[in-house]
Ligand binder design. Structure first.
Ligand SMILES: Cc1cc2nc3c(=O)[nH]c(=O)nc-3n(C[C@H](O)[C@H](O)[C@H](O)COP(=O)(O)OP(=O)(O)OC[C@H]3O[C@@H](n4cnc5c(N)ncnc54)[C@H](O)[C@@H]3O)c2cc1C
Ligand SMILES: *[C@@H]1O[C@H](CO)[C@@H](O)[C@H](O)[C@H]1NC(C)=O
Length: 505
């Protein structure tokens, strides 16, 4: 039997608990609601992989509203052009393919390639987080990333791409941009994508924190967005002659693989805000960009993928009709050889490929041929077209010796030079493109820390709410970026920026 007072106490306590629960519930609801109303959207500048990574993470993981600005009329920046893939060490794909890799090995390769420049804690973070970056792309965006390549400077195959026809940059950007658009459909308040919107200023308030972003729309009107957080994801500066002239004047005459939007706007704005700039003169030149016969002087060049040489392509000097370099040595050495040997032919060299190379790389070759960047021709026609100072028979003889079992390359090339076979005639098919060195990637930028915060000249975070990720940032690669590591930096530091913003939101 329960006595009356106890019964009453019992009922009272139940009531109190209920009242408390209701109260907590409503205040919680109220405070998060008011908070959301008070918090301004994060402004992300640039819709390449770094910007799309930060935006997706902010919206889908944290429900934090984002305004994504891009001055171009379509999304994807240079990221959409990426053709080799994205690095990761210790990934599920590597496990399946029985590649024994580790973040430690990847870090060693990265530090070696950086040649003493850059910031090692950033390299440590890049390599340590690479596994979860790949897993995030696979899990959240359904990207297979099931194939691996081993690019120059890597001690293991760790550059991921998906089986299928889509090049990796295009595939990754498509998935991330459509996911963001889906999130926008679900909740239009959380995602605002503004294209043709060029950021021209970022302002700090009197406390030194981020306060607003100014952009110019298609009609030329200026707009101010109030915000406490901005992520610079505006890419490199390889297309800008002014920037090249300032930081690497010896490269000013080189064309580039970078899109015309790649003008270093972010680097300029950040430097004006007081950011510490690092490694700005470190610029990666790729030895082979295609000359488009219809537009030979265009500053923009289509990249002639390294695979064309890797699968058997050779370089012939148009001035001699002879090879002059190990086509598979490092990018800087191939470039130097072209500039030394082919100087009198405008630093242009001939990339010559066999029927075997065509068969092994058919999708890509068909594309290059459709764009007139590679011509299917004969040995005899090639000699005529390029007025090579050498007879058909001499060339045939050279190409055939590459396949003889006792051939030792005087330039030190050890692999896959023998694809032309030993039964050549004047009418035998070859594939020929004209190529020249191109500005490809800018290693330097605004220095960031391991939280993706932009740092000032004193080494500490420059301003609350100021972040950068991707090619606009510097310190991750030192003097030389490893192939596959720039897409990776976009994901690692784009995610980190989002996580850090969320932790302080
Ligand atoms: C042909 C080619 C192939 C490559 N292949 C690979 C590869 O296989 N693997 C790899 O890891 N890397 C590769 N790279 C390098 C890599 O693609 C880029 O370094 C990387 O994608 C940069 O990404 P991001 O997000 O920092 O910048 P981007 O993808 O270039 O995006 C920057 C965006 O910011 C916008 N923007 C700039 N200024 C403003 C402004 N003021 N206001 C608003 N918007 C602005 C631009 O319009 C652009 O859309 C390749 C590069 C090229 C050119
Ligand atoms: C070839 O490249 C070298 C090195 O960049 C440069 O000095 C030279 O002027 C170039 N030659 C031509 C004809 O452009």
């Amino acid at each position: 039997m329960i006595t009356k007072p106890i019964k009453r106490t019992f009922i009272y306590s139940i009531l109190t608990i209920l009242i408390l629960l209701t109260y907590r519930h409503t205040t919680n609801k109220m405070s998060s609601k008011t908070l959301l109303n008070l918090k301004k959207p994060v402004v992300v500048i640039g819709s390449g992989l770094a910007g799309l990574t930060a935006s997706n993470r902010l919206v889908s993981k944290y429900n934090i509203p984002v305004v994504l600005l891009d001055k171009a009329s379509s999304m994807g920046g240079n990221s959409i052009k990426a053709s080799s893939g994205i690095n990761g060490a210790g990934t599920i794909t590597q496990e399946h393919l029985q590649v024994r890799d580790s973040p430690e090995l990847f870090l060693e390769d990265t530090i070696k390639s950086a040649k003493g420049s850059g910031v090692q804690p950033l390299m440590y973070k890049l390599t340590k987080d690479s596994k979860s970056a790949i897993a995030w792309l696979q899990d959240e965006f359904d990207l297979k990333l099931d194939l691996l390549a081993r690019l120059g400077g890597h001690s293991q195959p760790r550059t991921h791409r998906s089986s299928g026809k889509l090049p990796p940059g295009y595939e990754i950007i498509s998935k991330l941009s459509s996911k963001l658009k889906d999130l926008q459909k679900e909740n239009p308040k959380l995602v605002d994508i503004k294209l043709n919107s060029k950021v021209v200023d970022v302002a700090l308030n009197d406390k030194g924190a981020v306060s607003s972003v100014k952009y110019v729309d298609e009609q030329g009107s200026e707009h101010d967005l109030e915000t406490s957080n901005v992520v610079f994801a505006s890419g490199g500066f390889g297309f800008s002659k002014e920037m090249l002239n300032k930081y690497a004047p010896h490269l000013i005459n080189l064309p580039t693989t970078n899109g015309q939007q790649t003008t270093g706007d972010g680097q300029i704005l950040l430097e004006n805000l007081g950011a510490k700039m690092i490694d700005m003169s470190q610029i990666q030149v790729h030895p082979t960009g295609f000359i488009d016969p219809k537009n030979r002087d265009n500053n923009w060049k289509f990249l002639a993928a390294e695979a064309l040489r890797g699968l058997g392509g050779i370089l012939l000097n148009p001035l001699t009709g002879k090879r002059f370099v190990n086509e598979l040595t490092t990018r800087d050495e191939v470039t130097a050889a072209i500039q030394k040997q082919c100087d009198k032919y405008n630093n242009i060299t001939l990339l010559v490929m066999s029927e075997k190379v065509y068969e092994n790389y058919k999708n890509n070759m068909d594309f290059y041929i459709s764009q007139n960047l590679i011509k299917k021709t004969t040995i005899g026609q090639m000699v005529q077209d390029f007025k090579l100072p050498i007879t058909e028979n001499e060339i045939i003889n050279d190409l055939q010796t590459f396949s003889s079992s006792d051939f030792i390359d005087p330039f030190g090339r050890s692999s896959i030079i023998n694809t032309f076979g030993d039964n050549l005639k004047e009418e035998s098919t070859v594939y020929v493109g004209e190529v020249t060195p191109v500005v490809h990637f800018t290693m330097g930028g605004a220095q960031i820390n391991e939280k993706s915060q932009v740092i000032g000249n004193d080494g500490t975070a420059l301003a609350p709410g100021l972040y950068a990720a991707g090619e606009v940032s510097g310190g991750v690669h030192g003097s030389n970026r490893l192939g596959g590591s720039s897409l990776l930096e976009c994901v690692v530091f784009g995610r980190t920026a989002a996580d850090n913003i969320a932790s302080l939101f």
